[in-house]
Design a binder for this molecule. Sequence first.
Ligand code: FE2
Ligand code: FE2
Length: 234
Amino acid sequence: MMKSETVQSLVESAKIYQMVTERLDLIDNPAKEELTFESELMELILEFYSGDETDLPVEKLQKFSMMQVMYYLQASHKLYISKTLPEIEQSMAHIQRRYYETPQILDALVLFFNHYKTHFLEHIRMEERDFFPYLKKLHHAYTGGLSGEEITELLNNTSLNQFMDDHDAVEDELRNVSTIIHTYSEDEMIPLPFKVFLNQVELFEMDLRKHAIIEDHVLVPMAQKIEKELRERF
Ligand SMILES: [Fe+2]
Ligand SMILES: [Fe+2]
């Protein structure tokens, strides 16, 4: 018989595998000529998700273009909104139905989560509305799609520093879920549905942390390089 630790780590790796590869179908890559990049990129991402936070394979990721990395991150946004968040909310609804006689912890969780969701969606909206379109324009400019005048205007009106300043660590707050559950449960055993909920939230937190590392340490430097070259030329 397998030791329970082995089973647990198998379950964990299967979960991580599923959670990463699900993004493949969500990638919306308009440049259809490079259809294979997704699976290669996914392998590296999987490696990063299965290892330590410091193990980001920055160098290996350099073989992908800024747009490819951006398509991947956009697919992650889609996954968070269409699947991860609804699943967490579903668990919360289950807990609400099952543990209605302990309103304190439920109220605290619901209150926290509603507030968190607003903050999280605003974070994603900012990237989809401001940051990614700017990267697309940079790419367009870099590949000769904009006139010199248009490039000057683009570089005068926007910069990556604006994005860097606004980019907050939206995952940190999720730790409050654990605090809330442990505070209200004190020494009593934490009921299984709460543990499941906590586990989903912790996985989401890990996902978001790695997502932010890819944004800050892969995507932004790629864009900075292009922006710098354009500023030197125009
Ligand atoms: Fe993001
Ligand atoms: Fe972000």
